[in-house]
Design a protein around this ligand. Structure first.
Ligand code: THU
Ligand code: ZN
Length: 298
């Protein structure tokens, strides 16, 4: 287990520490808390709802990978069924800062990779930057998403983003987390990791460019983490598919040196491509990571 996580555990009140330490120290801890686990934490800690989530933020921030800033941000999103998904900021040395993943994006994409389709709340240890406010405006349920910060009353996203620009301005109805599966054919792909990437492309949110794309990361013990591309109406806060796959990898407790190979699938003849950025980020992480790439057409 990462030392940051052990350190974060010691910051929790004793009663909460007793409940969560067994879960967190388990190698299969997936940086999520089920509704039953939330109920158990509430029963044994005298903390409930937003107060409990605020208290758990150090556990989320312990997942930060911040070689550039050493500034650790933690975020916790709550799915509609009450599941909590943790997230933290992730930085990459050797590439441009635009590749950075914010904690809010990490928690949201983490929830998405685990099947959440609507989020009710996000709890963060710092005020969300403009780019994250815009990223959240793409979500299914953005209209009713509540933002909770340590020293501020809970407020809806629209209070943080008045006069917002969003999908409706571009005539787009689909929202992040709820895209119906796309229909790119994947049955003939005989490389399993590339097939996983293509399956992720079919679940991506790319209503603006139409470039459905996905990445799959395989770790040295054979685990596979898929990442779907998440576009944003304002384009720049989009989250590339490699970032989403790395979020899933990081939140499952793996480190970059556990990565054995990576695949990217995207569409033929698209107006945008993730090929060069994906290769640049992977090269900066480890130039020896095997990389497979394929384009798909309908
Ligand atoms: N950061 C976040 O994770 N969320 C925000 O909204 C503010 C900034 C991260 C990005 C970068 O890793 C570090 O904090 C410094 O900006
Ligand atoms: Zn941000």
């Amino acid at each position: 287990m990462r030392t940051a996580l052990t350190d974060a555990l010691t910051q929790l009140p004793d009663a909460l520490q007793r409940v969560v330490s067994d879960w967190i120290t388990n190698t299969h801890f997936g940086a999520t808390f089920s509704p039953e686990q939330v109920a158990q934490m509430e029963a044994e800690s005298d903390l409930s709802g937003a107060a409990l989530r605020l208290t758990l933020l150090p556990i989320a921030a312990a997942y930060a990978v911040t070689p550039i800033s050493t500034f650790n941000v933690g975020a916790i999103v709550r799915g509609e069924d009450g599941t909590l998904y943790l997230g933290a900021n992730i930085e990459f040395t050797g590439v441009q800062l635009g590749q950075t993943i914010h904690a809010e994006q990490c928690a949201i994409a983490h929830a998405w990779t685990k099947g959440a389709t609507r989020l009710t709340d996000i709890t963060i240890n710092y005020s969300p930057c403009g780019h994250c406010r815009q990223f959240m405006n793409e979500l299914n349920g953005a209209e009713s998403l509540t933002i909770q910060l340590p020293k501020t009353d809970p407020k809806p996203l629209h209070a943080y983003l008045p006069d917002s620009f969003g999908p409706a301005d571009l005539g787009v109805e689909s929202r992040l987390l709820t895209d119906a599966p796309h229909q790119l054919p994947t049955d003939d792909i005989d490389i399993p990791l590339l097939k996983a990437a293509a399956d992720a492309a079919n679940r991506s949110h790319a209503p603006y460019s139409g470039n459905y794309s996905g990445v799959a990361v395989e770790t040295s013990d054979g685990a596979v983490f898929s990442g779907m591309y998440a576009e944003n109406a304002a384009f720049n806060p989009s989250l590339p598919p490699l970032q989403v796959a790395l979020i899933a990898t990081n939140m499952a407790g793996y480190h970059w040196d556990d990565i054995r190979s990576v695949a990217l699938a995207e569409m033929t003849n698209s107006t945008v491509s993730h090929l060069t950025d994906t290769q640049a980020t992977l090269d900066a992480m480890d130039p020896d990571i095997p990389f497979v790439y394929s384009t798909l057409s309908t």
